[in-house]
Design a protein around this ligand. Structure first.
Ligand code: SAM
Length: 254
């Protein structure tokens, strides 16, 4: 399953609306921060003096700013579709004295960089929003130098989820969700684009959502083992769940 979206422009527009409003809130930082995982992703990237690093789907600049801080003699470019969030990233990087971090808005599919431009690249929690994931992977492979490292971290669909619960659930949020894929499908897909898996580990992300009729309807229609696999719990007003995150260190062997 490649997770190709029917209407890429609509997905990108929805992501811009949803994420411009959310990325720089405290609630977003609380849910999406994971300092243990972040340290391992920075290790994966091994930023060195003179390196140029891409953070695709940078959002609030969580990884970009960590990499820029870890190696002041590298340069990091965070790229995203969410223009307001990117403008805030620029202000934050400047306030933090991160002169080696830059941020750029792009149209959502084709990267505005030359071949072999970057030494390393990272994309965290963003791949499931890419409306043309095959093109995005090809673009990552094209703009990353041969033998360059790509740290790819994203939520995955559980193997027992044979009713596509996770994608139906995420689609209800209306922020341009495209597709969370199963672990084996992600590995097969990156391999087709010339990326070799060098290391892998799993982490997790826990969410809280306010309940509504549409969520309750989906939960009612979903078999218990599937709900159990995502640790779904329901309270009076809220629901809670947990997704697995697949963190891959890939090497560009194109
Ligand atoms: C869940 S956030 C992750 C942000 C950040 N990387 C982090 O680790 O917290 C998903 C990000 O993907 C971005 N995004 C959505 N569609 C995109 C696309 N087509 N290309 C690049 N980024 C996209 C969103 O704007 C948002 O910043």
């Amino acid at each position: 399953m490649s997770g190709h979206a029917d209407n890429p422009d609509a997905k990108i527009a929805a992501a811009v609306r949803g994420f411009d409003a959310e990325l720089h809130t405290q609630a977003y930082a609380q849910t999406h921060s994971d300092n243990v995982q972040l340290a391992r992703l920075v290790e994966f990237l091994a930023p060195a003096p003179g390196h140029l690093v891409l953070d695709l789907g940078t959002g609030n600049g969580y990884v970009a700013m960590a990499v820029a801080g870890a190696e002041p003699a590298c340069r990091v470019i965070g790229v995203d579709v969410a223009a307001q969030a990117i403008a805030t990233d620029v202000e934050i990087a400047s306030a933090q004295g991160l002169a080696n971090a830059a941020f750029l808005v792009y149209e959502g599919i084709t990267l505005p960089f030359a071949d072999d431009h970057f030494d390393t690249a990272v994309s965290r929690y963003a791949f499931h929003h890419f409306p043309r994931p095959e093109i995005s992977l090809a673009e990552l492979g094209r703009t990353l130098r041969v033998d360059g490292r790509l740290a790819l971290a994203d939520a995955i669909r559980d193997e027992v989820d044979d009713v596509d619960f996770v994608n139906r659930f995420q689609a209800l949020k209306g922020d341009g969700h495209v597709c969370m894929q199963q672990r084996d499908d992600v590995i097969e897909m990156v391999g087709r684009h010339g990326f070799e898996v060098s290391e892998a580990f799993e982490s997790s992300i826990a969410f809280e959502r306010e309940r509504s009729a549409k969520y309750d309807e989906l939960l009612d229609a979903t078999p218990a083992p599937v709900l159990h696999s995502y640790s779904v719990a329901v309270a009076e007003r809220h629901m809670y769940l947990k997704f697995r995150i697949l963190n891959l260190l890939l090497v560009n062997r194109r």
